[in-house]
Design a protein around this ligand. Structure first.
Ligand code: SAH
Ligand code: MG
Length: 196
């Protein structure tokens, strides 16, 4: 019989072999503890990839439900398969769409932003409307694979432009009067934002 640990390992290997940027162990462990401590039940994730982070968040507590959005067909189909393997179809709703074309009217206790990094400010503005009063928005990859600290080393103009956008998002969060954000040097950098 295949167990949960083996299935998780398989997903990680698939991600490695196919260059799918799944969250680090450190990052997901922090989020899972945060979910437990804050009794989070309703989660919105922007950027499913193959379902790895969704599945690990769902396994934290049986009452958790997740809506997760992915625009890439291959990854979406892989996520569908993975979620079935864990029998989590009832608790994880996958939307095969561009997040900007998704309109949700539900409320979520946690919004996890982990999609196209250049669009983070727009994701934040769009989905903060779906955040419950005491909710939290967590953004992954605030360090952008360490590149944010080391811009001088980067030769590609596109990549430099992208890093500038990641930095602009950092400033947007810092100056946001409706949210208080804590920046954590965990995994690839997490931003934890709470309404003031
Ligand atoms: N959360 C995943 C990793 C997500 S990787 C994990 O840790 O397991 C980021 C994903 O966001 C990519 O698969 C990419 O296709 C998707 N993405 C980027 N921009 C998007 C958008 N505008 N709408 C939907 N998905 C998007
Ligand atoms: Mg990420």
């Amino acid at each position: 019989m295949v167990n949960t640990i083996d299935l998780i390992k398989e997903m990680k290997e698939y991600a490695e072999d196919n260059n799918v940027p799944i969250i680090t162990d450190e990052g997901i462990n922090y989020i899972r503890n945060y979910i437990k401590e804050n009794k989070i039940k309703r989660i919105l994730e922007v950027g499913t990839a193959i379902g790895y982070s969704s599945i690990l968040m769902a396994l934290t507590d049986e009452e958790i439900t997740i809506t997760t959005i992915e625009r890439d067909e291959k990854r979406y189909l892989e996520a569908v398969k993975n979620i079935k393997k864990f029998h989590l179809e009832e608790r994880i709703t996958l939307l095969y769409k561009d997040a900007f074309d998704v309109e949700l009217d539900e409320e979520f206790d946690l919004v996890f932003i982990d999609a196209a990094k250049a669009q983070n400010t727009r994701f934040f503005e769009k989905f903060s409307k779906n955040l419950a009063k005491q909710g939290t928005i967590i953004t992954d990859n605030m360090n952008f694979h360490g590149l944010v600290e080391d811009e001088s080393k980067i030769e590609s103009r596109n990549l430099r432009a992208l890093i500038r956008k990641v930095k602009a998002y950092h400033e947007f969060l810092e100056n946001n009067e409706d949210f208080k954000t804590t920046f954590l040097n965990i995994g690839d950098g997490l931003a934890v934002s709470k309404p003031i």
